[in-house]
Design a protein around this ligand. Structure first.
Ligand SMILES: NC(=O)c1ccc[n+]([C@@H]2O[C@H](COP(=O)([O-])OP(=O)(O)OC[C@H]3O[C@@H](n4cnc5c(N)ncnc54)[C@H](OP(=O)(O)O)[C@@H]3O)[C@@H](O)[C@H]2O)c1
Length: 269
């Protein structure tokens, strides 16, 4: 099997999942602005095509798009095969696609449970497993996982979502350490609430949220800075950092209760 990255003819690209909207779309724009060639992944084919066109015209880079539903177990391998066919070497993997449903676990439909776990965890693990060997072989590369502050404690009303983000945080921490000295960086980003359509899609009424909602630009700047500084975890705002830091001084039960109060996801039920 050819490993992308072993052949000098391959085009190095930044793969961004969840590139059709929100944070992923903005990150794709930021990496394009740095001159990175891109491979965009999400389900919305038209949105990806439009963004690819826009970024090619604005930055003179190559932009590929591979529409895929990451809830399907075969999608990561399909994306890997697309790279082989188009002679692309993924040098930076940005796992930004994510999905949620505001609900107590007891009321979640099984199809939502499976979709949330597949997109937020399985697809990420599979993509890392497929693309990491090429980066290690070339002693160059990086992985950026977009997790959430919600992954740092259980969030009542968003329990499964927060558990999947915990998965990203702990996997990212271990990878960060395992890959020291290999030339491959791993950063895990933990935003609080961000101004995108994410909550609306999850049935989470953002009017009830008791935390400031930060802009996508703030997240993008923090991602670029954190990755450049080879941070293991990245907190986009000082408040995000403060919330996590203060958890050291309060009982765990208090943190869980407070996160439920701030997220107010159960108000919708
Ligand atoms: N917004 C927040 O408050 C917030 C806070 C903390 C963390 N985050 C995380 O930030 C990341 C980006 O979210 P966002 O805020 O930018 O929301 P968003 O605009 O809804 O973006 C989500 C992205 O994921 C893609 N996606 C969803 N399901 C998919 C699937 N089955 N297969 C492939 N792609 C899929 C969507 O594309 P398609 O619909 O085209 O497939 C979209 O591009 C997520 O991982 C989220 O958990 C968000």
């Amino acid at each position: 099997m050819m490993i992308p990255g072993r052949n000098g003819q391959l085009l190095p690209v930044t793969l961004v999942t969840g590139a059709s909207t929100g944070i992923g779309s903005a990150l794709a724009g930021a990496f394009a602005g740095m001159g990175n060639h891109l491979l965009l992944v999400a389900r919305s084919e038209d949105r990806l095509a439009g963004l690819a066109e826009e970024l090619r015209a604005a930055h003179g880079i190559s932009v590929f798009s591979c529409p895929a539903d990451l809830a399907l177990p075969e999608s990561p391998q399909r994306i890997f095969d697309y790279c082989l066919q188009h002679h692309l070497a993924v040098r930076l993997l940005v796992n930004c696609a994510g999905t949620s449903r505001a609900s107590d676990f007891n009321n979640l439909a099984l199809r939502d449970i499976e979709r949330i776990m597949a997109v937020n965890m399985s697809a990420v693990a599979r993509l890392v497993h497929l693309f990491l060997p090429g980066m290690v072989a070339e002693q160059e590369g990086g992985i950026i996982n977009i997790a959430s502050l919600g992954g740092l404690q259980g969030v009542p009303g968003l329990g499964l979502y927060s558990a999947t983000k915990s998965f990203l945080i702990t996997l990212g921490e271990a990878l960060h350490m395992e890959l020291r000295g290999t030339g491959v960086r791993v950063a895990t980003v933990c935003p609080g609430f961000v101004d995108t359509g994410f909550m609306e899609k999850a049935g989470h009424d953002r009017r009830g949220v008791r935390l400031p909602v930060c802009s996508v630009d703030v997240v993008v700047r923090a991602v670029l800075r954190g990755y450049r500084q080879n941070r293991m975890r990245v907190y986009p705002t000082p408040l995000d950092f403060l919330i996590v830091f203060s958890q050291r001084f309060v009982p765990r039960l208090f943190s869980v209760r407070l996160s439920g109060y701030l997220a107010a996801a159960r108000n919708n039920q």
